[in-house]
Structure formats: C-alpha cells, structure tokens
Design a protein around this ligand. Structure first.
Ligand code: ADP
Ligand code: ADP
Length: 228
C-alpha cells in the first residue's frame, strides 16, 4: 500500500532529516516507528500526509505517486489517512459530537451520513454517552479517544499516530492500544511513532527503527531497544 523509494528530506535550513529511506508497508500492517528524538519519525509521517515534500525519492500511496500529485488532489489523499496526535488537537468550542462531525463535514458528507456515522464511531471508541460534552471536561484518555474517533470516521485506509500515548498514563495507554488493535483487525493499516518501549515490546508487531534519518532496523514481531 505504501512504497517509499530512496527518500531524502533536507529542510530549508539544511538539516538532513531523512537519508535514502526505502520502506514498503502492506495493507493491514501494524507498524511501530521507533528511534531517538530527531531520528526522522515525524518527518516520515509528514511526507506520507504530504505536509512536506521529499528532496529526493518517490512515495507511492495506494498506487499513486504522492510526490507528483497536484495540490488539488491532496485533500483526497488526506481523506484516506486518519491522524492521531500526542496533544489531541480537538476544537475546544465544539462538543465531542461536533468535533467528529466536523471531520466529516469538511469532506462534504451529507447530514444523513453524519447522523449515521458519528454515533457509530463514538460507540466504537466507548464515548457514546459523552457526545454532548466539551473536550476540556474529558480526561486525557477520553480526549485521545475523540481524536481516534475523528481519525476513523472517514473510514481511512491508514491511521498515523505520532506519540499518541505521550500524554496518557499507562492504563489509559493500554486502552488506546486495544482500540488501535481493534481498528487494525478491521483492516486499517496503522503506523505509530512512539517512545513507549513497554507497549512496543508487548505488542510484537513490525518495528521500523530510525536513527539519524536512516532505517537501521526493520523486524516483524520486533522489539524496541535503541541502537547503540
Ligand atoms: P523525530 O520525529 O524522530 O523526533 P523529526 O522528523 O521531528 O524527528 O526531526 C528530524 C530532524 O529534522 C531533526 O534534526 C529536526 O530538528 C529536524 N526538523 C524537523 N522538522 C524540521 C523543520 N520543519 N525545519 C527544519 N528542521 C526540522
Ligand atoms: P456499526 O456496525 O454499527 O456501524 P461498528 O462498530 O462496526 O458499528 O463501526 C462503527 C463505525 O466506525 C463504522 O461506521 C465505521 O465508519 C467506523 N469504523 C469502524 N472500524 C473502522 C476501521 N477499522 N477503520 C475506519 N473506520 C472504522
């Protein structure tokens, strides 16, 4: 589903964030991206979302070269990708329901579709009873589940999560991981950048390790362990 070929990313300030990265991810995979701060994990995520363009190399997503893609096609790409952030990024003036509905509205979904889908995803993430609540009246774990609901409501083929458990306690983190596993079992590919070594070690999923902008390890049923 994702093919990254010899991608190098040099930011305008001269920082080389990725060097000659080649990576293939199949549909339905669950992939942990690990590596120290500055290794290039976020940059890789941004390239897939086309928030940044590579300096060299190609990226194929669902058969389409997203480097050469026209800007007017970018919204269609992003609709296929659900993003989950460490800091949730919910709209504080909107309720839980409205936050999730908004993600559908911007894609041009009909009111009927919204009325059908939003309660369904809120139930799926266990927030059916909190639809009318504003984000700052929710716990961190609940806010993160709203973020996940918003990410899956468009039925994306890929979920990308950047340090999603970074602001959660251990128990809540595990609840989030169970939710990700559930979403993954339904066929959605998941790429999760994380420092949560205990989660990575327990889940026994594919681990891609970056260090200094290069892939230094890629293992099925991998473990965390930083490279020396
Ligand atoms: P990670 O997510 O693994 O911490 P990043 O992809 O954020 O790594 O960063 C990789 C390198 O690129 C770091 O040296 C970082 O300082 C640099 N970097 C990231 N974003 C930018 C940017 N927008 N402009 C310049 N340098 C950046
Ligand atoms: P229902 O069968 O009542 O629709 P589900 O729990 O099967 O309830 O799913 C609820 C909604 O969550 C679905 O309508 C779908 O939009 C969304 N959903 C469920 N799983 C996924 C998934 N893996 N990826 C994306 N969206 C999903």
């Amino acid at each position: 589903m994702i093919q990254i070929y010899n991608v190098t990313k040099i930011y305008p300030n001269g920082v080389k964030a990725l060097t000659d990265v080649t990576l293939r991810i199949r549909k339905g995979e669950f992939v942990f991206l690990v590596g120290p701060s500055g290794a290039g994990k976020s940059t890789l995520t941004k390239l897939l979302y086309r928030e940044e363009l590579p300096t060299r190399g190609q990226i194929i997503f669902n058969g389409k070269n997203i480097v050469r893609m026209r800007s007017r096609e970018v919204p269609y790409l992003r609709r296929k990708i659900g993003m989950v952030f460490q800091d949730f990024r919910l709209l504080p003036q909107k309720t839980v329901y409205e936050n999730v509905a908004f993600a559908l509205e911007v894609t041009g979904a009909s009111p009927k579709e919204i009325k059908r889908s939003v309660p369904a995803v809120l139930n799926m993430v266990g927030l059916g009873e909190k639809a009318g609540v504003f984000p700052d009246h929710l716990s961190g774990g609940e806010q993160q589940r709203v973020c996940v609901a918003r990410a899956i409501v468009n039925n994306p083929v890929l979920i990308m999560a950047d340090e999603p458990t970074g602001n959660l306690d251990p128990e809540t983190s595990w609840e989030l991981m169970k939710l990700f596993l559930d979403i993954n079992r339904r066929g959605t590919t998941i790429i999760m950048a994380t420092h949560a070594w205990d989660i990575v070690d327990a889940m026994k999923k594919r681990v891609v390790a970056l260090s200094g902008g290069r892939i230094v390890r890629d293992e099925e049923e991998g473990a965390y362990r930083y490279e020396a």
